[in-house]
Design a protein around this ligand. Structure first.
Ligand code: GLN
Length: 222
């Protein structure tokens, strides 16, 4: 699924890894192809209802993502990709089985959530305020086995109060933008999880910090 520009997350991760001398081998998987068994990071983007239910079916049949999570791979999923990591989600007004990799389920909301999304991230992750752009009809309800990624101060996210979820090295968000271009510290968190290197050299993020500053200032009531 790549409707919403989430392929940009791959470009950002690859750039930030290579800038630290970490070799990168990006593998783009079409839905008819088997998933690589031993990737360090799996990225799932957003998409429309049709591709979302197809992706869930195929990923469940393939089974590689489940085994990868068990062996400690990192999963970063956005919107439709995030919803399908849960127990169930709605697409085309029907409930579909998700992958059951995060303790959450999604149903339909009263209206489509479209616009800026922002809020402070769970302090356990030590990240700056999350910002992004959301565009989804679903609402997501978290179970006790996951932590919300962030609180919502602007936008809707999961349900108007929390946004995204994580457990172990599996993390999902409603944030497009793409998320990792707008939140480079989140990209580095995924790289730290994948490499075990907690001493990644800092990069010049002044452009993305300017964009963040601009977006956050636009959201702050005058
Ligand atoms: N089809 C899902 C929804 O509308 C996901 C949309 C998306 O990935 N942006 O809730």
């Amino acid at each position: 699924m790549s409707t919403y520009g989430d392929r940009g997350n791959l470009l950002i991760l690859a750039h930030r890894a290579r800038a630290r001398g970490i070799p990168v081998e990006p593998i783009e998987v079409r839905s008819t192809e088997p998933l690589p068994r031993h990737a360090d990071i799996y990225l799932l983007g957003g998409g429309e209802d049709g591709p979302q239910s197809l992706a869930a079916q195929r990923l469940n049949t393939d089974g590689a993502l489940h085994r990868a999570v068990e062996s400690g791979s990192v999963i970063f999923a956005v919107c439709a990709g995030y919803q399908l990591l849960g127990a169930s989600f709605y697409a085309k007004d029907q409930q579909h089985a998700g992958l059951g990799l995060l303790d959450l389920r999604s149903d339909r909301g009263p209206s489509r959530a479209v616009g800026e999304l922002a809020g402070p991230v769970d302090p356990r992750l030590s990240l700056p305020t999350l910002t992004g752009f959301e565009n989804h009809g679903g609402r997501t309800h978290l179970g006790p086995e996951v932590y919300p990624l962030a609180e919502v101060t602007t936008g809707v996210g999961n349900d108007g109060s929390t946004e995204g979820a994580f457990r172990g090295t599996v993390l999902g968000t409603y944030s497009h933008g793409p998320a990792l271009a707008r939140n480079p510290a989140l990209a580095d968190l995924l790289l730290r999880w994948a490499t075990g290197n907690n001493q990644l050299a800092p990069l010049d993020d002044s452009w993305s910090e300017r964009l963040r500053g601009e977006r956050l200032a636009a959201l702050t009531p005058q």
